[in-house]
Ligand binder design. Structure first.
Ligand SMILES: Nc1ncnc2c1ncn2[C@@H]1O[C@H](COP(=O)(O)OP(=O)(O)O)[C@@H](O)[C@H]1O
Ligand code: SF4
Ligand SMILES: [Mg+2]
Length: 327
């Protein structure tokens, strides 16, 4: 397995107390595989990714427990210089906002070239040539000329391609893309997502695709992990999850996607808001919003029940997953 996150806990010290942002997350991704991590804003998707990348804000953040195995070795137990090498060369991250992730005062050719100069010890001239190749690869038109432009001279979609190029430069084994298309308009979103998926297949990388939009992952992900209040509440191969959700929260997310065959009908929205992470409700964290909640939901935390396969390919943290799947 390329990456395995095991029972990860992350807390933040805040004025209101300890915010439990990640509460025992388990997920894994293999070479050539795409895992989509889905959930409303504030569910702990980015914090989990930051812990994997080693870019968590510490303090106020703190890893309170768990393991992050990368190619079999626990990143949390590595020395800082070794960790830095892994982070630089073998894993890379793509952020939502390219404009703040890229250096505004360097041309994109210089920024891309710097990767090869610093990490590969290549000459400036060779590095620039590689930079243009990369820009070609992410299909930036007139790459040679545009290598001399600054980030703000590109459109949102083109900038996102440049960030993909930066992430791919050193041919990492793992890419984490955190809402990579959220800031783009819908047609550009699809183009950037297709490009990312195509490069991921070509290079046989593991991809963790973080999104709050179930609509964008159907065609590109192999499996999905749905997060709520810092936990995985359902994990499943993508087509099984779309066919029938085994958790009421996933059902709510699915029902809130606009569908062509239901144009004009009012869109379903999950009632209420995610919990305050300094005071997560006892029992199932989703119980105050759940249309299927029973008494047990307010007292007993649901474990991740196996839904299909041994070992489980699919799991759901709902006491009533069978009823949810059936209805
Ligand atoms: N730098 C920070 N300082 C304090 N709390 C934070 C910080 N980053 C994240 N959190 C807490 O962690 C929660 C989960 O954040 P995040 O992982 O960014 O959610 P998302 O699922 O939207 O990516 C936030 O709602 C917040 O309570
Ligand atoms: S455990 Fe209960 S409250 Fe939680 S999702 Fe299942 S039915 Fe709803
Ligand atoms: Mg986020």
């Amino acid at each position: 397995m390329l990456l395995e996150v095991r029972d990860l806990h992350v807390e933040f010290r805040t004025r209101d107390g300890v915010a439990k942002a990640v509460n025992g997350v388990n997920y894994s991704v293999d070479e050539g595989e795409t895992l989509a991590v889905l959930g409303e804003s504030g569910s702990g998707k980015s914090v989990t990714a930051q812990a994997v990348m080693g870019i968590l804000d510490v303090p106020p953040g703190r890893i309170a427990g768990g393991e992050i195995l990368f190619q079999g070795r626990d990143l949390l137990r590595m020395k800082e210089d070794e960790r830095r090498r892994v982070r630089g060369a073998r894993m890379a991250m793509i952020f939502q906002d390219a404009l703040s992730a890229l250096n505004p005062v360097l041309t994109v050719g210089a920024q891309l070239g710097e990767m090869f100069e610093v990490h590969r010890g290549m000459s400036r001239k060779d590095s620039r040539a590689r930079a243009v190749e990369l820009m070609d690869r992410v299909r930036i038109p007139a790459a040679r000329q545009r290598a001399g432009d600054y980030p703000h001279q590109f459109s949102g979609g083109m900038r996102q391609r440049i960030m993909i190029a930066m992430a791919l430069a050193l041919e990492p084994s793992l890419i984490i893309a955190d809402e990579p298309t959220t800031a783009l308009d819908v047609t550009v979103q699809a183009q950037v997502m297709d490009l990312l998926a195509e490069l991921q297949r070509e290079l046989n990388m593991g991809l963790i695709l973080i999104t709050h939009d179930l609509g964008v992952v159907a065609d590109v992900a192999d499996k999905i992990a749905v997060m709520y209040a810092g936990r995985i509440v359902e994990a499943a191969p993508v087509h099984e999850l779309y066919r029938a959700p085994a958790h009421p929260y996933t059902r709510g997310l699915l029902d809130s996607i606009p569908r062509l065959d239901q144009m004009g009908q009012e869109l379903y929205a999950i009632k209420g808001l995610p919990p305050n992470l300094t005071a997560i409700p006892p029992g199932c964290a989703f119980n105050p919003r759940c249309p299927m909640a029973q008494a047990i939901c307010r007292t007993d935390v649901p474990p991740l029940y196996p839904v299909t396969g041994t070992p489980a390919r699919r799991t759901s943290a709902c006491h009533f997953w069978k009823e949810c799947l059936g209805g």
